[in-house]
Ligand binder design. Sequence first.
Ligand code: N01
Length: 542
Amino acid sequence: MTSTGHQFQTDHVKSFDAVVVGAGFSGLYMLYRLREAGFSTRAYEAGDGVGGVWYWNRYPGARCDSESIYYNYTFSKELYQEWTWTSKFPEQPEILRYLNFVADKFDLRQDIQFKTRIIGAHYDGATNRWLIHMDDGTDVSAKYFITGVGCLSAANVPNFKGLDQFEGEWYHTGHWPQKKVDFKGKRVGIIGTGSSGVQAIPAIAKEADDLIVFQRTPQYTVPARNHPYDPGFIDRTKGNYNVIKQQMRESLSGIPEALRDRSALEDTAEQRQQVYEAAWGKGGFAFPLAYKDLTFNEEANKSAADFIRARIREVIHDPEVAEKLLPTYYYGTKRPIFDTHYYETYNRENVRLVDVRKASIEEITNKGLRTTKAEYNLDTIIFATGYDGMTGPLFKIDIRGRNGVILKEKWANGEQVRTYLGITTADFPNLFMITGPESPSVLVNMPTAIEQHVEWITDCMTYLRNHGLETIEAKVEAEEAWSKHCKEVADATLYPKTDSWYTGANISGKPRGFMIYLGGFNRYSQICNEVAAKDYEGFSLL
Ligand code: N01
């Protein structure tokens, strides 16, 4: 029975080799790969189209901050030749078009059921199968249950008193409507200044009469310096496909641009200034990758943070506003943000910054929002308040493993989740999590991370089939060792010292732990390959 009291049907239900959750980057490629390998597979997608996070995040200004020529699949040379990106950092509609193009090219829609959310998946030890329950009341069964739910698909709308009495419109950036939201003539409030807020704020400020930004933690952001690609560059990139693919797959972070192999402390203050100015001018990842020790060494980190704080003071006309915008946490330990005229937006007459650390939000009223110091009348409220990351999307499904072990309960205790390689977890046979907790996922270029996981999972399933095996399950000692390793790697950095969604600190009551493997994509892939080469060392195969 599910938590909703559902009694699974086991007779006459559709049965597949594999059921995949989601039709974003992960689900689409998983479907393609398994079909190629001869596994009957069905994907279920809550939205009415493909795209995953790029289907839901339609807020103004939404664009990717990985370079487009890398933020795509590399498994098909033909696909790489056929698709042409228009600019360095593609906007959400262009990425969504790309994923639709992929779905059409490989004829993937025929195996996807849209507008259907999987709400329960229980492992049946008697038959070694997963029983899967949908929100339309139907059940199916599958030998393998594979989640492609993304790391950031469980929206966090803070539980402010009074939201239900608000008479205006409100939206979360991650659940943006398909119709255009009109801000003309409106007084808009936005809560949150993470990646989503930093992108949405300059775009909305251009349209709204008034924009009030409710900021709790000031952010470091560096200019994206987006630009259209010229045809010559695109031709050279396509011609270089093999090299680019290999470089991506052998890199630390899934993109060829290597971290500079130099400590910030090896340079003099003047040299550092020049390096940071050049990186600032180049934009995007050039800044966080300017020195190899920015996220390891406090002094190195401070040098980068000081540079950005100085830039903020230069850009902002009103010194009081500038002071409010100065971040103080370790640079790079929250997701580095790349912006287009973010700080400059605070020089506009129609934009006001409210520091909700000094005067916290008390309640949403019928007319707007009230902090401990003032009341703000608003027509529209935007929650750019982030996500219950990594585990949240998995917990939206009632996943139960061997003997009814509930995933959410297994990971509710202790200081971090427990997985083996971030793909599997003990007591959950034949469950694979694409970019699951404790895999490199969001700290590398996502499509690269996804391709590696999908290919590893497909190879694993093929191995089981070729050897006449029914189940694969992580051994407890293997997952304990992996989780310990993840923690040790993270503890050698400055990341765990900052409250962020990486640590779970943004969600009240969530156990704090560092949920991403920080040892580098190349090292991680090598470990996964070694595990497979040793006949899936650390797993029980039956
Ligand atoms: O979410 P966030 P996001 N009262 O968690 C604030 C990816 N992404 O959607 O920092 C007041 O970063 C919160 O304040 P604080 C990317 O990986 C990528 O912006 O917790 N404020 C913070 O300012 C990114 O990291 C792209 O103090 C509250 C903000 O809301 C991830 O998604 C674009 C609050 C949340 O920031 C998440 O980004 C967009 C409260 N009760 C997203 N609760 C690109 O590729 C939260 N906040 C470019």
